[in-house]
Design a protein around this ligand. Structure first.
Ligand code: ATP
Length: 524
């Protein structure tokens, strides 16, 4: 099944060597399904989440933010259906009693993609392919489906009434705050509530590094729409309608077809996409991913089949990435209908409707949910940006380059004095001080310049600036481009403006200064 097993391993090795993402509690041998983001990794995560927040909250007039609690009233999970239905299929070995997630095990042993299949279909596949216990080859039996919610206790009493759960999705805290946010948005539909926060799922088989972990961060938006206006979407521009996406249905996938490239308009006409608001949010999600720099050819949208749909959804599209282990969900986009608001209204007694002035009646809004996992997205960005070779060709050491976009990359620029003496370090520190307020900058004086370039290439820093003896004489610096390893010489005082223009795309690197042909080398 693994198409590029090396790539994933190379990225994991880089993360571990540079400490970007490591297993939690490593000094105790690690803890499966939990991870820590360290140093540049922490900055990378913050950058991705900030870009999401800016786009989906700050830059919109119709979305408000939320920071909800992780533990909620336990009835929330009765109302949402998670207590009953948030389950994965479980099999147990009849000989050694080891337990496995049935669908993952079947995929592993058969190479077939089984996303969305019912328990009955999984049972058939298990028998057909004689899937056995990987440990002892014993035969496997289906158990009751396994609920993924982590249980905890709240308060000093150890009774059933003190049972509580860590949230398995951030969405429910959004629904329980619907009324407050509605007032904040002056009672007008459509409007959205967005949240970035931790979610917890007791995954049976955490795997593929941070792709599937037990604690992860969700960036979720619940966007509420008048139930009779699901096709009334002025935000869906002509440009969006003409946008082409690779779309695949469950049927096509089962027949081994990768899907069809279609415009959103054609997909709406063919009723493949059910509503214009769904098409709009699909376009928004894809455009967010393109803007992060993900290669368009590696993305597609897959429509859930009937048996795969979650209990709350009438239509769901997974935005899939072509991972080294196959096409898999990177983000989800569900039409959650009015299920959650109605359920919470019924269980709490609160009125979660909106008054419609035209109809002179109360309506319960429908809800579209674009949902991203930030760790899964970061892993995707790292896989997508991983490259080898450019720096090696110029004799600068390490062969690894992360082709991350500025804004996503942990740093914008690194300031490197040729040596840590003779005033070079002070001059470099002055340059750093001048740039740090506007750009994510770092000062680094350790090791040869070539080695430092390689170190910054590895974590995707777009530009390095070197301060040398000429800088002390004429106040010019050398700027190096990660993508080409080319260098130009320019006045230090022009740096901020130059970086600004390079990032805005209004200046080409070759035009940023005088070309430099030699590589500055400090004594080792
Ligand atoms: P999957 O089918 O991969 O288990 P899901 O359909 O259960 O995912 P959603 O409930 O739609 O996932 O969650 C929205 C997003 O949260 C996913 O697209 C993914 O990016 C992220 N996510 C979900 N589960 C995990 C996990 N165990 N580890 C890391 N990220 C996750």
């Amino acid at each position: 099944m693994a198409k590029e097993p090396d790539l994933a391993q190379k990225v994991i090795n880089l993360c571990s060597r540079r400490g970007l993402i490591v297993q939690s509690s490593e000094i105790y041998g690690g803890y499966a399904g939990f991870f820590d983001f360290v140093g540049y990794g922490a900055q990378l995560k913050r950058n991705v989440e900030t870009l999401w927040w800016k786009r989906f909250v700050e830059h919109r007039l119709d979305v408000t933010g939320l920071e909800g609690s992780i533990i909620t009233h336990p009835t929330v999970w009765q109302a949402s259906g998670h207590a009953e239905s948030f389950n994965d299929p479980l099999v147990e070995c009849e000989k050694c009693h080891e337990r496995y997630r049935a669908d993952s095990l079947i995929e592993e042993q058969t190479g077939e993609s089984v996303d969305g299949l019912s328990i009955t279909s999984l049972e058939e596949l298990l028998t057909k392919h004689k899937v056995a216990c990987p440990k002892c080859k014993g035969s496997l039996a289906f158990k009751s489906p396994f609920n993924l919610m982590f249980k905890t206790k709240v308060g000093a009493k150890d009774t059933a009434a003190s049972d509580a759960f860590l949230r398995p999705e951030t969405a429910q805290v959004i629904f329980t705050n619907f009324k407050t946010a509605l007032t904040a948005s002056r009672g007008k539909l459509p409007f959205g509530i967005a949240q970035i926060g931790k979610s917890f799922r007791n995954e049976i088989a955490p795997r593929n590094f941070v792709f599937r972990s037990r604690e992860f961060t969700q960036m979720e938006l619940e966007y509420f729409i008048h139930p009779q206006k699901l096709n009334d979407c002025p935000q869906l521009t002509k440009q969006m309608l003409a946008q082409e996406l690779l779309l695949v249905t469950q049927d096509e996938r089962e027949k081994g077809s990768p899907g069809k490239i279609m415009t959103l308009e054609a997909a709406l006409t063919a009723k493949l996409i059910g509503t214009r608001w769904h098409a709009y949010w699909l376009a928004e999600c894809f455009n967010f991913l393109y803007d992060l720099g993900i290669k368009p050819g590696k993305l597609r949208a897959r429509k859930h089949g009937q048996t795969e749909l979650s209990h709350y959804s009438s239509e769901t599209w997974d935005i899939e990435y072509d991972f080294p282990w196959g096409w898999k969900e990177l983000a989800g986009l569900a039409n959650r209908t009015d299920f959650d608001l109605k359920q919470h209204a019924a269980h709490s007694g609160a009125d979660l409707s909106v008054f419609d002035e035209e109809l002179k009646a109360k309506v319960v809004p429908y809800c579209f949910e674009p949902s991203f996992g930030s760790e899964r997205l970061i892993f995707t960005l790292l896989l997508d940006a991983f490259g080898e070779g450019a720096a090696a060709a110029s004799g600068e050491g390490s062969t690894i380059v992360l082709h991350l976009k500025h804004g996503v990359a942990p740093l914008d620029i690194a300031i490197l004095p040729l040596m840590k003496r003779n005033g070079l370090d002070e001059k470099a520190m002055q340059v750093f001080e001048a740039l740090k307020k506007e750009f994510r900058a770092e000062y680094d004086a350790s090791g040869s310049v070539g080695k430092r370039y390689a170190r910054y290439d590895e974590v995707g820093v777009p530009y390095c600036v070197t301060i040398d003896y000429d800088t002390l004489k004429d106040h010019t610096v050398t700027m190096r481009d990660r993508e080409t390893t080319k260098q130009v010489r320019l006045p230090a005082k022009k740096l901020a403006d130059t970086i600004r223009q390079l990032f805005a795309g209004t200046l080409k690197f070759d035009d940023a200064g005088e070309p430099v042909t030699r590589v500055e080398k400090a004594p080792e």
